[in-house]
Ligand binder design. Structure first.
Ligand code: ATR
Length: 282
């Protein structure tokens, strides 16, 4: 009897995770046989649970908040983009038994921005709010799109400075704190702060978004996030949340594991429809 390959996502909390649904939809679409389950794994037991997962024959593992840095430490080998981001969201069992760590978040974001929403990043002025793990994960793929400028604004400016210093050779990269933002304008503002998770927002000046500029929140929710609402009030051409990025980063992981790239648009459309429905009063 053929065995089914096992995949999973570890995180804490994890009950809200859409990853099992997304990967099962990918498997159905591409005719792949696999199982994918979600597990609540606090940081303290991450190593033991991950050892156990791969010992039991697991083929690949996604890691989400707060485990991405631990997954980076866990991996035997790292892709270039994972090495530089210091965060891993995809672990893969290799033929030699080693575990490869990759980070598909940044490419997921760029694919959502450029393919799904037809946003041009070349020559544009980008502002990233926040300087934590989420920002690290998206830096290299964003820089590869050759924007004219990326500024990282953070409450604790030293963390933004550290990220800037790690991307030496990128002279269009700078850091600041929120108080420095008045007087500046950007074509795309990306919210990578965890403030979004509690629906909060750093104070932002009303002049920050250029005419026809766009906003993108890495977080997603059934209701518009505080940052998506801010973008709407600033008349952003598009004010988007991270649902598309979620599907795109999953597609990249699926491709690493199965060697086939799912068609993401029908899955994003389906999830969009599902959340529209769940927003309706019962
Ligand atoms: P993640 O892995 O999601 O990036 P993180 O590494 O803990 O999480 O980083 C969280 C980011 O959100 C940080 O940039 C944090 O700012 P500080 O470095 O100054 O702590 C930012 N953040 C969290 N809550 C915030 C808030 N209420 N206002 C502004 N920034 C906030």
């Amino acid at each position: 009897m053929p065995t089914i390959d096992n995949y999973a996502v570890f995180g804490h909390p994890i009950s809200h995770s859409k990853s099992p649904l997304i990967h099962h939809l990918f498997a159905e679409q591409t005719g792949q046989q696999l199982s994918y389950s979600a597990h609540d794994v606090p940081a303290e037991v991450f190593k033991a649970q991950t050892d156990e997962f791969f010992k039991r024959g697991g083929k690949g593992l996604n890691c989400t908040v707060p485990l991405k840095e631990l997954a980076w430490e866990y991996a035997d080998h790292l892709s270039d983009r994972a090495r530089i981001s210091k965060a891993v969201n995809t672990l893969t069992l290799q033929a030699d038994g080693g575990i490869l760590g990759d980070n598909t978040d940044g490419v997921g974001l760029v694919n959502d921005l450029t393919r799904n929403h037809q946003l041009e990043l070349f020559g544009k002025r980008l502002l990233i709010l926040g300087a934590g793990g989420a920002t690290r994960g998206i830096m290299a793929p964003l820089l590869a799109c050759q924007p004219s400028q990326i500024m990282i604004a953070n409450r604790t400016v030293s963390k933004a400075e550290t990220i800037v210093s790690e991307f030496t050779g990128s002279n269009n990269l700078s850091s600041c704190n929120y108080a420095d933002l008045p007087g500046q304008q950007f074509d795309l503002i990306i919210n990578a702060t965890s403030a979004s998770l509690s629906n909060q927002l750093p104070a932002l000046p009303d002049t920050l978004l250029a005419k026809s500029g766009c906003c993108y929140d890495l977080a997603y929710s059934n209701q518009p996030t505080a940052f998506v609402v801010w973008g709407q009030t600033q008349h952003a051409a598009k004010s988007l949340d991270g649902l598309g990025m979620l599907v795109e980063q999953a597609a990249e992981a699926f491709n690493i594991w199965r060697g086939i790239r799912p068609d993401t648009l029908p899955i994003i459309t389906l999830l969009e429809q599902a959340r529209q429905t769940s927003r309706l009063p019962t």
